[in-house]
Design a protein around this ligand. Structure first.
Ligand code: GLN
Length: 549
């Protein structure tokens, strides 16, 4: 294919519509038609990246191989497609303005007044071209964060309008994801918000080619006709995207049933065969009607917010798919755990997972959960902070190092089993200064880790400041906490495990960022498999509905 094609995905009416999911699902369909797809996200906020935002503000920070801290929608892109992502795939207003201002200081605009149009909008357009160039994709899908009508999103909309004009008809299309609310009192779906948000787009010169309507109920013919007429899109370009029944992985199939991918290909003059979705259908089968069931407790601090542990929940589900096992995810607030009686919150779980996190709140509950898993032979998987928690727990209760802690949580601890490395002590800026991105980890031959990965060296993504304190290494190993993964030359501890326990393993990195429904991560696959042989299996619950967005 000679010319790159561009799809711009905007959102209307409300946020959290699942624009990212829609973009990713369209990516799945186009890939399965044999096209090379790249996906990127534009975020209108002024933070340079989401790394400095609280999960309550922004949900999970998704880390890429190159160490970029990005929006969680990039997680959807990686899970739904084979697209290779780098820091170029997430652009924020903060980055754009930073780059424009640096250029101004270097004198590169000398003599000119630096303005939103054309300087900011040009910078945005350069990024679209850059992603096309780096990825050599047939189709570049660009998702614009925020909602149409937001002041801060305007430069991005102007930039894509100009870009589409430049590349010409049949080379760029606009997909508008909108909300069609159901008004219970009237017993009706309402199209007015969609009409108004499309009007807002048209006001700035963007006429959407396709409307993707997020809705609780099916759209009838009359509603489709109405939206077609008032929003100026053909009838077959009104696409229904109903709330999923079981899993977000149904979305590509739903869009395929609505013939969205053939419409996209027609509009972009892409002559490609239909998408073969057989493998994807098998994944859905396993999600809807699994042979087995388990109940996994995720013990964390941001439990109230689904998006905060997005990739972790997804990876657990993938581990379930690998084992033909439905997973009921029990979200347990670490602060609710009674350290003396953790069984009150944890009894009957098939497995316990402690994910990553920052800050002291909830640590005692997480430590109690790790202890409960260790002492009761319940499978345990610790991710990043979850490894640090397992280490602290083992130090306190097996090595009898009372008050052992991480320096992050207790600056005065007599036993800082988790501490800062020299290079981190000097760090003052918070943004982008953690140990970030993909790094090699060497696995101990014969360990559970080596068996699960079936490899000697692996690559996993990091996002943390604190490290296992090597001065305690021998003490831990002698007492039975085996170090099964390290960085090169045995320098930093990357994985710990307890031989003899049915499944007790924890890692300093974030394996959840490498899991896909069609390529479940070995640590999660092994974890769920171990949970399935847990004796209290019959207490398992129903498969998860957590994945509905
Ligand atoms: N707060 C811990 C650290 O900075 C763990 C980080 C994480 O879990 N991502 O090392």
């Amino acid at each position: 294919m000679s010319e790159t094609k561009y799809i711009f995905v905007t959102g209307g009416v409300v946020s959290s519509l699942g624009k990212g999911l829609t973009a990713a699902a369209l990516g799945t369909l186009l890939e399965n038609r044999g096209l090379k797809v790249a996906i990127q996200k534009f975020d209108p906020y002024l933070n340079v990246d989401p790394g400095t935002m609280s999960p309550f503000q922004h949900g999970e920070v998704y880390v890429l191989d190159d160490g970029a801290e990005t929006d969680l929608d990039l997680g959807h892109y990686e899970r739904f497609t084979h697209t290779k992502l780098s820091r170029f795939n997430n652009l924020t207003s903060g980055q754009v303005y930073q780059a424009v201002l640096e250029k101004e200081r270097r004198g590169e605009y000398l003599g000119k007044t630096v303005q939103v149009i054309p300087h900011v909008t040009d910078m945005i357009q350069e990024r679209i071209q850059e992603v096309a160039r780096i990825t050599e994709a047939d189709v570049v899908i660009t998702e614009i964060g925020g909602t149409t009508g937001d002041i801060e999103g305007l430069p991005f909309l102007e930039a894509i309008r100009e870009f589409a004009l430049d590349v010409g008809y049949n080379n760029a299309i606009f997909v508008h994801v909108t909300y069609v609310p159901y008004i219970k009192a009237a017993g009706e779906l309402k199209t007015k918000p969609t009409q108004q948000s499309v009007a807002k787009l048209r006001e700035i010169g963007i006429a959407p080619h396709i409307l993707v309507c997020r809705t609780e109920k099916p759209l009838c013919k009359e509603l489709r006709e109405k939206m077609s007429l008032f929003c100026n899109v053909p009838y077959n370009a009104v696409i229904e995207e109903k709330d999923v029944d079981h899993s977000i992985y149904e979305v590509p199939l739903m869009l395929q049933r609505e013939k969205m991918d053939s419409l996209v290909c027609d509009l972009l003059r892409l002559d490609v065969p239909p998408a073969d979705m057989k493998d994807w259908q098998e994944i859905i089968r396993k999600l809807i009607a699994p042979q087995h069931r388990v109940r996994i407790g995720v013990v964390g601090k941001y439990i109230g917010l689904n998006d905060a542990y997005k990739s972790v929940y997804e990876a657990i589900i993938h581990g379930g798919v690998a084992n033909d096992c439905g997973v009921a995810i029990e979200k347990i607030d670490a602060e609710d755990i009674d350290s003396e009686h953790p069984e009150k919150s944890l009894k009957g779980l098939s497995g316990i997972l402690v994910p990553g996190g920052f800050g002291e709140r909830g640590t005692e509950g997480k430590i109690a959960a790790a202890r409960y898993a260790r002492e009761n032979n319940i499978p345990y998987l610790g991710l990043c902070l979850g490894m640090q928690i397992a280490t602290i727990e083992f130090a306190r209760n097996v090595l009898s190092l009372e008050k052992a802690h991480s320096l992050e949580f207790d600056k005065e601890t007599p036993h800082p089993v988790i501490w800062l490395m020299e290079d981190q002590k000097k760090v003052e800026d918070k943004g982008g200064t953690m140990r970030l991105g993909s790094q090699d980890c060497y696995l101990k031959p014969g360990s559970l880790a080596a068996r699960l990965y079936d490899a000697e060296v692996i690559k996993e993504r990091h996002r943390h400041r604190f490290e296992f304190n090597n001065t305690y290494r021998d003490q831990f190993e002698k007492a039975g906490l085996s170090i099964s993964g390290t960085t090169a030359e045995n320098k930093l501890v990357e994985m710990v495990e307890i031989p003899g326990h049915p499944f007790y393993i924890a890692c300093q990195f974030h394996p959840e960022f490498h899991s896909k429904p069609n390529k479940p991560h070995p640590l999660f696959t092994g974890f769920i498999a171990a949970c399935m042989v847990e004796p209290e299996k019959e207490k398992a619950g129903k498969p998860s509905k957590e994945m509905e967005d």
